[in-house]
Design a binder for this molecule. Structure first.
Ligand code: GLA
Length: 420
């Protein structure tokens, strides 16, 4: 595998502190050279919403079957999702038949996927979308279906033959850290050898952490994105824990993200049951700040117009997909507020103010403009636009001025600062 040079550019800011140097890209990291995921992957993934429901007799509309994916493909194409960038329709665990075929190849459950994965891939491609699939580096998938250990080359070739465009590679049932690391690397090379462009989505660091700190520089050389932390669930507790983990580890994980390789905090659960409206805004805003893959796990057949508008918000998506490709970070935490910022192309910045207090009403927070972007966000002045919770032009701000915002409990105000 050829390697390309890193994505970090020295234009971020002066080296005001070690933290600035680290978060703004002083380290440099090589990326997997498959030319994919130059901005974070966008699409849909079945796991959080549909889990491992294989009972198509009892629950024909929500079991893991080709019908579910074909319906989602239709909606992704017809309801504006594809138009704003959601492109990869991804199958998670529980698509397989319990056994490999006589030639050792994985096969889809024939009842639930009568046209096979290649038939489904053709359908998905006919809608102008791409198809993702799931497998596991160990002996079994997390839900107990056949694992890829000992079959990496065969499985990579099978996926390529079927016309698959993304592989999520899980890390259950792997006997040792060495096998885990070697397996993730081997599969990256095996996918590369097929000659097909297949985004490689890893869970390598998540399964490494119990043993030792992952080598993110190395992971980036093999994976297009990588899960670091536990599975998201449909709850505010889960979103808070993911944000907490990310900010606590930002000095290790932020510098390594960039075009071709991203930290993956798991799927967007917007449009489901567990998050209030303000909490859904917080997930969308912070996933944009964190340059996260935007993979929704929801039911596009039943989604409120409000959740749809949030997920399809072009200004938030533009922050997430910003071509500079630098991940944002938390830069202040006080009085139950968290402040995050992300450098964007053309010297713009995104700023998120999160009100973590879950009692009372909206609280105001005042920030001096000069404290944003290491003092560089607004010289000599800038135009500030509020993106979330509602779009609003806030106007010109000088470097010396301050900005006072009202933030709802567990909600977020997302701003964009453009130099004027
Ligand atoms: C693990 C992964 C999840 C999902 C399930 C499927 O828990 O982290 O994202 O893929 O396995 O079994």
């Amino acid at each position: 595998m050829k390697l390309v040079s890193g994505v970090w550019q020295p234009d971020c800011m002066p080296a005001l502190s070690l933290l600035a140097l680290v978060l703004c890209g002083g380290l440099g990291a090589r990326a997997l050279n498959n030319g994919l995921a130059m901005t974070p992957t966008m699409g849909w993934l079945h796991w959080e919403r549909f889990m491992c429901n294989t009972d198509c007799q009892e629950e024909p509309d929500s079991c893991i079957s080709e019908k579910l994916f074909m319906q989602m493909a239709d909606l992704m194409a017809s309801d504006g999702w594809k138009a704003v960038g959601y492109e990869y329709l991804c199958i998670d665990d529980c698509w397989m038949a319990p056994q490999r075929d006589s030639e050792g190849r994985l096969q889809a459950d024939p009842k639930r996927f009568p046209r096979g994965i290649s038939g489904l891939a053709n359908y998905v491609h006919s809608k102008g979308l791409k198809l993702g699939i799931y497998a596991d580096v160990g002996n079994k998938t997390c839900a107990g279906f056949p694992g890829s250990f000992g079959y990496y080359d065969i499985d990579a070739k099978t996926f390529a033959d079927w016309g698959v465009d993304l592989l999520k590679f899980d890390g259950c049932y792997c006997d040792s850290v060495k096998l885990l690391e070697d397996g993730y690397k081997y599969m990256s090379l095996a996918l590369n050898k097929t000659g097909r462009s297949i985004v490689y989505s890893c869970e390598w660091p998540l399964y490494m952490w119990p043993f030792r700190k992952p080598n993110y520089t190395e992971i980036r050389q093999y994976c297009n994105h990588w899960r670091n932390f536990y599975d998201v669930s449909d709850s505010w507790e889960s979103i808070k824990s993911i944000l907490g983990w990310t900010s606590s580890n930002q000095e290790s994980i932020v510098p390594v993200a960039g075009p071709g390789g991203w930290n993956d905090p798991d799927t967007l659960v917007i449009g489901n049951f567990g998050l209030s409206w303000n909490q859904q805004i917080t997930q969308m805003a912070l996933w944009a700040i964190m340059a996260s893959p935007l993979l929704m796990s929801n039911d596009l057949r039943h989604i409120s117009p409000q959740a749809k508008a949030l997920l399809q918000d072009k200004d938030v998506i533009a922050i997430n997909q910003d071509p500079l490709g630098k991940q944002g970070y938390q830069f202040r935490k006080e009085d139950n507020f968290e402040l995050w910022e992300r450098p964007l192309s053309h010297s713009a910045w995104a700023v998120a103010m999160v009100n973590l207090q879950d009692t009372g009403g909206p609280r105001s927070y005042t920030i001096s403009i000069a404290s944003l972007g290491w003092g560089m966000a607004c010289i000599p002045d800038c135009v500030v636009t509020q993106i979330l919770p509602v779009k609003k032009k806030l106007g010109f701000y000088e470097w010396t001025s301050s900005l006072k915002m009202q933030v709802n409990p567990t909600g977020t105000v997302l701003l964009r600062l453009n130099t004027s």
